[in-house]
Design a binder for this molecule. Structure first.
Ligand code: GLV
Length: 343
C-alpha cells in the first residue's frame, strides 16, 4: 500500500488546512487525470499500488482509521465494511450507479454517499449507439471475417444486417442517459417509445411516447436499458419479456448486468427469439453466462460506457469534489442520501 501524506505548504496554516490535514481517505484505485494527486494535497491518501487489489477483507483493514472512501462500482461496500469503519463520514462512488453500496446501512450510520451523475451521460449515450449500430449492422462479425481472411469478395448477401433509420427505439428508463440516447435517435428518424414508472419530464423534449413495458417490448425494433439496478429492476428482462420482443429486435444493455436474466438472453439469442444484442454489462461481471461468447449475434463490450479520456477525468474530479465537500461538512453536489447529511 502506497501512502501519500499531505504536503504541508509553509506559511499556509489556515484552520481549514489544519482540519483537512488530519483527514485520512482510502482511494481504492488510482483514477485518470490529476484528481487524486490534488486530493493528496489536502488529505492523507491511502492508495493501492497498481498491481494491488483491494478486496473486501483488505478494504475492512484499511478503513479502520479513515474518514473518507473514494471507491469504484466494483467495490462492495456492505454492512460488514461499514461496521468496521468507525470514523467513516463520506463514501464517494466514482460512478453514476451506486448499487454496490448498502446505502440504507450507510444512512443509518450517518455516512453520506455520493455519485457522479450527469458528467457521463453523453459518453454513455455514445456507447449505447456504438453497440446498437454495431449489432444492427453486424460490425464485429465483419471485422472477424476480414481479419481471418474470410472476406473473399463482395457478395449481395454478405452479412445482411438490419436498418436502424426509420425504426422504433424503445427506451426503458427515461432518465438522464435514456434521454441522451433518445435525442440521438432524431438523426435516424426513429419513433421513440419509453417505459418508466412515472411519466418522464424529459420525454416531450425528445419526442418519446410513454408505453407499458409489454407494449414497448412487442413494438420496438431496438430495446435499450437505462434503469438503475434495484430490487424492482433485477431481471426486469427475463424469458417472458424476451419472448414478447420481435424476432427481428435487438436488445442493448449499458445499465447493469443484473437487469437482464443473462441465461434467458443466451437462450433467446441462440434460438433466434430475438435477432441480436449489444451488451456492456454482465450479470456476474466479469464472468459471462455459459454460451454467450459462442454467439455471433451479440456484441460484447467490457463495461466501458463512460470510458472516454475526457469523461473519466471529469468523473474523478467530481468524485474528489464530492468527497472533500462531504468531509468539510459542506453539502456535496451529488448526494445520494440527503437524509444522512447534517449540514
Ligand atoms: C458505470 O457503469 C457507472 O455507473 O458509472
Amino acid at each position: 500500500m502506497r501512502i501519500e501524506v499531505l504536503k504541508h505548504h509553509a506559511g499556509i496554516g489556515t484552520p481549514r488546512d489544519d482540519l483537512s490535514s488530519k483527514l485520512k481517505v482510502l482511494v481504492t484505485r488510482d483514477l485518470p487525470g490529476d484528481a487524486i494527486s490534488r486530493l493528496s494535497e489536502r488529505c492523507q491518501v491511502d492508495l493501492p499500488t497498481p498491481d494491488e487489489e483491494i478486496g473486501h477483507g483488505r478494504m475492512i483493514e484499511h478503513l479502520a482509521d479513515k474518514q473518507g472512501l473514494l471507491c469504484l462500482l466494483t467495490d462492495r461496500i456492505d454492512a460488514e465494511v461499514l461496521d468496521n469503519a468507525p470514523l467513516l463520514k463520506v463514501i464517494s462512488v466514482c460512478a453514476v450507479g451506486y448499487n454496490n453500496v448498502a446505502v440504507e446501512e450507510a444512512t443509518r450510520r450517518g455516512i453520506i454517499v455520493t455519485n457522479t451523475p450527469g458528467v457521463l451521460r453523453e459518453t454513455t449515450a455514445d456507447l449505447t449507439w456504438a453497440l446498437l449500430l454495431a449489432a444492427a449492422r453486424r460490425i464485429p462479425e465483419g471485422d472477424r471475417m476480414v481479419r481471418s481472411g474470410g472476406f473473399v469478395g463482395w457478395s449481395p448477401s454478405l452479412l445482411l444486417g438490419r436498418d436502424v433509420h426509420g425504426k422504433t427505439l424503445g427506451i426503458i428508463g427515461m432518465g438522464d442517459i435514456g434521454a441522451a440516447v433518445a435525442r440521438r435517435a432524431a438523426g435516424f428518424g426513429m419513433r421513440i417509445l419509453y417505459h418508466n414508472r412515472n411519466p418522464s419530464p424529459l420525454a416531450a423534449e425528445v419526442g418519446a411516447e410513454m408505453a407499458s413495458l409489454d407494449h414497448l417490448l412487442s413494438n420496438a425494433d431496438f430495446v435499450s436499458l437505462h434503469v438503475p439496478l434495484s430490487q424492482s429492476t433485477r431481471h426486469l428482462i427475463g424469458k417472458r419479456e424476451l419472448d414478447m420482443m420481435r424476432p427481428t429486435a435487438i436488445l442493448i444493455n449499458v445499465s447493469r448486468g443484473e437487469v437482464v436474466d443473462e441465461a434467458a438472453l443466451v437462450d433467446a439469442l441462440r434460438n433466434g427469439r430475438i435477432a441480436g444484442a449489444g451488451l456492456d454489462v454482465y450479470e456476474n461481471e466479469p464472468k459471462l453466462a455459459p454460451g454467450l461468447v459462442e454467439l455471433d449475434n451479440v456484441v460484447l463490450a467490457p463495461h466501458v460506457g463512460s470510458a472516454s479520456v475526457e469523461t473519466r477525468e471529469k468523473m474523478a474530479q467530481m468524485a474528489v469534489r464530492n468527497l472533500m465537500d462531504g468531509l468539510e461538512g459542506k453539502k456535496p453536489p451529488h448526494l445520494v442520501n440527503p437524509q444522512a447529511y447534517r449540514g
